[in-house]
Design a protein around this ligand. Structure first.
Ligand code: 1PZ
Length: 212
């Protein structure tokens, strides 16, 4: 019989981790801290797994990797002191540091952008076999991140797009097939959406707008 792709590939591990988080949000798992909401430690564990995707994108996105990993590492540090996501937001509200550069709340907002970027990229990737990875990534970046990035960052990102691998190279570097990659990307899309929405709702529940 065929190897069980669910056990093996990095993308399946990412999908599994976010499914676990999504289950816990629905109250079925152990990741949810009672009334306190989503726990920080399992959340940042899942976010760390995403880093494997960078290795498949090539050198041009080294800076994106460093940026994402720095933010995730800050949240790993925060998870030693704060049990849940809402705790870090409430702490920053008290200190008037929600939007301050380097604050845990701001880094949470940035990591959430990264998760949403990947979700949008996968949606583009699955929407047609015609579009290149560059087209899929450009569209996803334009939808999710560009509104929050300055001109210099947007220029750097669009220059880097030309160095992305092809669809086929990405699938092979992920150790997937045409068929399995669709399944795993769809699993991530389904599982990450409620997590992304949940994070937005946390900010909104404290009257913090999402226009930054
Ligand atoms: C899967 C995606 C493939 C398509 C490639 C698109 C690459 C997007 C590159 C984003 C580069 C971010 C550059 C740095 C931006 C910073 O100015 C901001 C603000 O930081 P702050 O002022 O708070 O310190 N940082 C962010 O917006 C974090 C963005 C995280 C997204 C990184 C990409 C994650 C996903 C890639 C996974 C393979």
């Amino acid at each position: 019989s065929f190897r069980d792709a669910d056990e093996g590939t990095p993308l399946a591990a990412v999908a599994e981790a976010f499914e676990e988080l999504a289950r816990s949000l629905r109250g079925g798992g152990g990741e949810e801290g009672g009334d306190g909401g989503l726990r920080l430690a399992p959340f940042v564990d899942a976010c760390s797994l995403v880093s494997v995707l960078f290795g498949c994108l090539g050198f041009a996105f080294k800076f994106a990797e460093m940026e994402y990993v720095a933010k995730v590492n800050d949240l790993i540090e925060a998870s030693k002191a704060y049990e849940t996501l809402i705790h870090i937001i409430d702490h920053d509200i008290k200190n008037d540091s929600v939007r301050r550069q380097g604050s845990h709340s701001r880094n949470l907002r940035r990591v959430r952008l990264g998760l949403d970027l990947i979700r949008a990229l996968f949606e583009q990737f699955l929407s047609t076999n015609e579009c290149s990875l560059k087209d899929a990534a450009s569209t996803a970046y334009g939808q999710v991140c560009a509104p929050f990035h300055n001109w210099a960052i947007r220029k750097t990102v669009s220059a880097g797009m030309y160095a992305l691998p092809t669809r086929e190279q990405l699938i092979s570097r992920l150790n997937e097939t045409d068929y399995s990659v669709q399944k795993e990307m769809q699993r991530y899309i389904n599982a990450s959406s409620p997590i992304i929405q949940y994070i937005d709702d946390l900010f909104l529940s404290r009257n913090i707008a999402l226009d930054w």
